[in-house]
Design a protein around this ligand. Structure first.
Ligand code: HEM
Length: 500
C-alpha cells in the first residue's frame, strides 16, 4: 500500500508532464523533440528565464516557418519566417490584444495606445524639443566640468568614462523631464527617486520569468512615483500650470480633451467624467518609463560602440552635423532632424543588430488561424517573433554581424521617393520597432532624443574607444531583456568644437 502511493504519484506527474510536452505534436504543428532528458529540461529552463540566446538557438535549429517549442511548461509557437511574422502582427488585430493597454469608457472598450499616439506627432514633438535639448546640454555641461576637474589631477590627460552609464542617466533625465514633468538632473543628484526606481527595476527584472512576468508586481517605488504624478497633475489641473511635455498631454487626455489639436492648456472636466484615474495615469507613466529607458540608453550606447570603431562613419556623421544651421545660442532645430539621413541609417542599423526588444511576444485571446497555413492557434497559447534572430539572419541581411548603415540606403530612398524607386526590392525584413497595432508609438520620440544625444556628444567631444577592448567586448541580454555591454563602454574623451 505504502509503495503504491509514490508509484501512483510518480505516474500522475509523469503523464501530466508528458501531456504538456506533447502539445504541439498532438496539434499537428512542426515541433522540437521534447522529452525528459537533462538537455531538454535545461533548454526549457533557460528559455523560461528569458535567455534570449536560447530562443535564438531554437530559431536557428531547422527550416520550418513555424516551430512549436517549450519555455518550461509553456508551449510557445515560434515564427521563423519574416513574411509570416509581418502578416500575423499586421492582420491579427483582436486576436492578440495586449490587455494592459485596454481601458473601458461607458460600455465600450478602447485601446489606450491608439488614443495616445497623437502625443508623439511631429507637431507635439517639435514643441517638446527644447526640453529634450536642455537635457542634452546638461549632459555636455556635466562632461565639460568633469574634464575641467580632471585637469587639476594631471593636465593634458584624457578623461576616461563609461558611456553606457552616462547614457542611462541621460535617458532617466529625459523621461524625468518629459514623462514626469520634473527638471531633474541625475548627473548631480544621484539618489533621485527615478534613479532608485530604475536600479530596483533592473534587479527585479533579472529574476523575471516569462510565466511570473505576468504577475502584477508593485514596490514602494510605485507608490512614490504615483505621489509625484498626483502632485504634478494637481499643479496642471488646479494650478493652471502649462508645461509642454508628455505629462501635460496625458493630463489633457485624462480630462477628455482632444490631443490632435494644438492647445496645451488643460480644459477641466468634472471628476466623474475623467477618462483616466490618477492611479491609471501613474501606471501609464511607469510603463513608459520601463519601456523607454533601456531602449534609449542601449541604442545610443551601441551606436557609439559601433561608430567609434569606424572613423569613416564618424566623419560622415560629423559632415551631416556641420550642415545643421544652429541658432545664435547654438540651439538645434527639430525641423532639420529629417535631413539627418545618414544618422537615421545608423540608428536603424543599430536597432537591427541590437534590437532593444529582442522578442515580440503575443498571447492568443481568440482562436486564430495562421494566414496561408492549415494551423490554428488556441486561446491562451503564446506566439513569439524572435526579432533579434530574424534581424541577424543571413537570409535577410547579408553579413549580418557587420555594422553597415548603408544597407538601408534603398529603403531610405524608397521612403523619400516612392515613385522613382519602384524597381527597388519592396521587402524589408527590418522589424525593430514592431509592426501592426502594437508597434512602437513613440519611435519618432525615441529617434529625436537619441539624435540629440549623439549630436551633442559628437559635436563637443572627440571620443576614442580602445580597439582591443572593443574586439573583446561582451554584449549580452543579461539581465534579459536589456541589451548591454557587460563591463560598460569605456571611452576616452577630449573636448572639441566642430566649425559650422
Ligand atoms: C530605439 C528605441 C525603441 C525601440 C527600438 C522600440 C521598439 C519597440 C517595439 C519593437 C515595440 C513593439 C512591441 C510589440 O509589438 O509587442 C514597441 C512598442 C512600444 N514602445 Fe517602443 N521602442 C523604442 C523606444 C520607445 C520609447 C522611447 C518609448 C516611450 C517613450 C516607447 C514606447 C513604446 C510603447 C508604449 C509601445 C507599445 C507596446 C508595449 O510594449 O506595451 N518605445 N517598441
Amino acid at each position: 500500500m505504502w509503495l503504491l502511493l509514490p508509484i501512483l504519484l510518480y505516474s500522475v506527474i509523469f503523464l501530466s508532464v508528458r501531456h504538456i510536452y506533447s502539445h504541439w505534436r498532438r496539434k499537428g504543428f512542426p515541433s522540437e523533440r521534447a522529452g525528459l532528458s537533462w538537455q531538454f529540461l535545461h533548454q526549457a529552463y533557460r528559455r523560461e528565464f528569458r535567455h534570449v540566446e536560447a530562443i535564438c538557438e531554437a530559431y536557428q535549429a531547422g527550416r520550418e516557418r513555424l516551430l512549436g517549442i517549450y519555455c518550461f511548461f509553456r508551449p510557445v509557437l515560434l515564427i521563423r519566417n519574416v513574411e509570416l511574422a509581418q502578416t500575423i502582427l499586421q492582420q491579427s488585430n483582436g486576436h492578440f490584444n495586449e490587455l494592459k493597454w485596454d481601458y473601458v469608457k461607458g460600455y465600450k472598450r478602447f485601446n489606450l495606445l491608439e488614443k495616445l499616439s497623437p502625443i508623439f506627432s511631429s507637431k507635439r514633438l517639435n514643441e517638446m524639443f527644447g526640453k529634450a535639448e536642455k537635457v542634452g546640454d546638461g549632459m555636455v555641461r556635466h562632461l565639460l566640468q568633469t574634464i575641467k576637474l580632471g585637469e587639476f589631477d594631471g593636465p593634458g590627460k584624457d578623461l576616461e568614462l563609461d558611456l553606457q552609464q552616462l547614457l542611462r542617466v541621460y535617458a532617466i533625465n529625459i523621461i524625468g523631464s518629459l514623462v514626469y514633468g520634473l527638471d531633474v538632473n541625475n548627473f548631480e543628484q544621484q539618489d533621485h527617486i527615478l534613479s532608485s526606481y530604475v536600479n530596483h527595476y533592473r534587479v527585479s527584472s533579472s529574476m523575471q520569468s516569462f510565466t511570473l512576468g505576468r504577475l502584477p508586481k508593485k514596490s514602494s517605488f510605485t507608490y512614490r512615483l504615483r505621489d509625484l504624478i498626483k502632485q504634478n497633475v494637481e499643479l496642471r489641473e488646479d494650478g493652471g500650470l502649462i508645461r509642454k511635455d508628455i505629462l501635460q498631454l496625458l493630463v489633457k487626455f485624462r480630462n477628455g480633451n482632444d490631443l490632435s489639436g494644438e492647445k496645451w492648456q488643460v480644459e477641466h472636466t468634472y471628476e466623474q467624467d475623467k477618462v483616466l484615474s490618477i492611479k491609471r495615469l501613474a501606471k501609464v507613466a511607469e510603463d513608459l518609463l520601463k519601456i523607454s529607458l533601456d531602449a534609449i540608453a542601449s541604442t545610443t550606447t551601441l551606436t557609439l560602440f559601433e561608430i567609434l570603431q569606424e572613423p569613416l562613419i564618424v566623419e560622415k556623421l560629423l559632415a551631416e552635423i556641420k550642415e545643421l544651421s544652429n541658432s545664435d545660442e547654438g540651439h538645434l532645430k527639430f525641423e532639420e532632424f529629417d535631413g539627418l539621413k545618414y544618422m537615421d541609417m545608423c540608428l536603424k542599423e543599430t536597432v537591427r543588430k541590437y534590437p532593444p526588444l529582442p522578442i515580440i511576444e503575443r498571447i492568443c485571446r481568440k482562436t486564430y488561424t495562421l494566414p496561408n497555413t492549415k494551423f490554428t492557434i488556441a486561446e491562451g497559447k503564446t506566439l513569439m517573433v524572435p526579432l533579434l534572430a530574424i534581424q541577424r539572419d543571413e537570409k535577410y541581411f547579408s553579413d549580418p554581424m557587420k555594422y553597415k548603415p548603408m544597407r538601408f540606403l534603398h529603403s531610405q530612398m524608397r521612403d523619400n521617393d516612392a515613385d522613382s524607386c519602384q524597381d527597388l526590392s519592396k521587402h524589408d525584413a527590418f522589424l525593430g520597432y514592431g509592426i501592426g497595432g502594437a508597434q512602437c508609438v513613440a519611435q519618432n520620440f525615441a529617434k529625436m532624443v537619441i539624435k540629440i544625444a549623439l549630436i551633442k556628444l559628437l559635436k563637443n567631444f572627440h571620443m576614442q574607444l580602445d580597439s582591443t577592448l572593443a574586439e573583446s567586448m561582451e554584449i549580452n541580454h543579461q539581465p534579459a531583456p536589456f541589451i548591454q555591454t557587460k563591463d560598460g563602454l569605456k571611452v576616452k574623451l577630449k573636448s572639441r568644437k566642430i566649425k559650422s
